[in-house]
Design a protein around this ligand. Structure first.
Ligand SMILES: NC(=O)c1ccc[n+]([C@@H]2O[C@H](COP(=O)([O-])OP(=O)(O)OC[C@H]3O[C@@H](n4cnc5c(N)ncnc54)[C@H](OP(=O)(O)O)[C@@H]3O)[C@@H](O)[C@H]2O)c1
Length: 225
């Protein structure tokens, strides 16, 4: 399964690309609005990884070449980026990492609607695309530090059970624990946790506060045995 990270030139995207490469993916695509920027970032990542695994493309070309697309751009660019890549997403899974933080005050959310960013993505893209929300509560700092295992869990929301199971299995291949957190609407609650985690980071001088779910036994097919 070929994966593209749209906005893979940024902080969260870079962390996910590094984790995907470290998990053994043979090729990971990063998308940018600028082809040259994507290529330069891919080259730097390949240098860091010590092998040629990352390929840089313009956003739409990256989405076209991928089977599964991870969206990693700020909320201010969410709608515009989705419109740009929408023609390439038919029949694919879109993993939305977006948290609609208020640019003036990142300890608050500022949404365009009552819905989560992932629900907005689903409404914009229509039923031919399976939108799954994930990664909103894992920091770029934690993802980028390959020397350290990530202790936090990933909550995964979506309305298509099969798409959600594919994303959960992918997250587990990255060495992370993932939980089916219910329908896409639950992404509203997941998004709300991020300002709380950022506030905890500030209070405790950290960059990687996360959440961990306890008291559950995972019986799904891709659960670690
Ligand atoms: N950072 C974190 O710790 C973290 C944690 C959890 C979730 N997230 C979510 O992940 C997403 C990305 O966060 P980030 O911190 O990685 O963001 P970022 O580094 O500021 O931006 C990521 C990429 O988005 C593109 N971009 C930036 N501004 C844009 C604009 N105005 N219009 C179009 N494209 C723009 C840029 O790519 P090009 O210039 O190459 O096109 C940039 O490299 C956000 O939705 C955030 O809520 C982040």
């Amino acid at each position: 399964m070929k994966i593209a990270v749209i906005g893979g030139t940024g902080k969260e995207g870079r962390g996910l690309v590094l984790r995907l490469a470290a998990s053994g993916e043979e090729e990971v695509l990063i998308g940018s609005r600028q082809m040259e920027k994507a290529r330069a970032r891919a080259e730097a990542l390949n240098h860091q990884l010590g092998r040629a695994v990352v390929v840089g493309l313009e956003n739409r070309a990256a989405a076209r070449a991928a089977d599964l697309v991870i969206l990693c751009v700020p909320y201010a660019a969410h709608e515009e980026t989705l419109r740009a890549i929408a023609p390439e997403l038919c029949g694919k899974i879109l993993v939305d990492t977006t948290v609609p933080l208020d640019p003036q005050d990142p300890l608050r959310l500022r949404r365009r609607s009552e819905q989560s960013a992932a629900e907005e993505a689903q409404a914009l893209l229509g039923e031919s695309v399976k939108v799954v929300a994930a990664f909103q509560n894992v920091s770029a700092a934690a993802l980028q530090n390959l020397q350290h295992a990530i202790e936090c869990d990933i909550l995964v929301c979506g309305d298509d059970a099969a798409a959600k199971e594919i994303v959960i299995a992918l997250i587990r291949r990255l060495g992370l624990r993932a939980w089916d957190a219910g329908p896409l609407q639950m992404a509203r609650a997941v998004e709300e946790l991020t300002p709380l985690l950022l506030s905890l980071n500030g209070r405790y001088g950290s960059r990687s506060a996360g959440i961990r779910i306890t008291g559950l036994e995972d019986t799904s097919p891709s659960a670690p045995r």
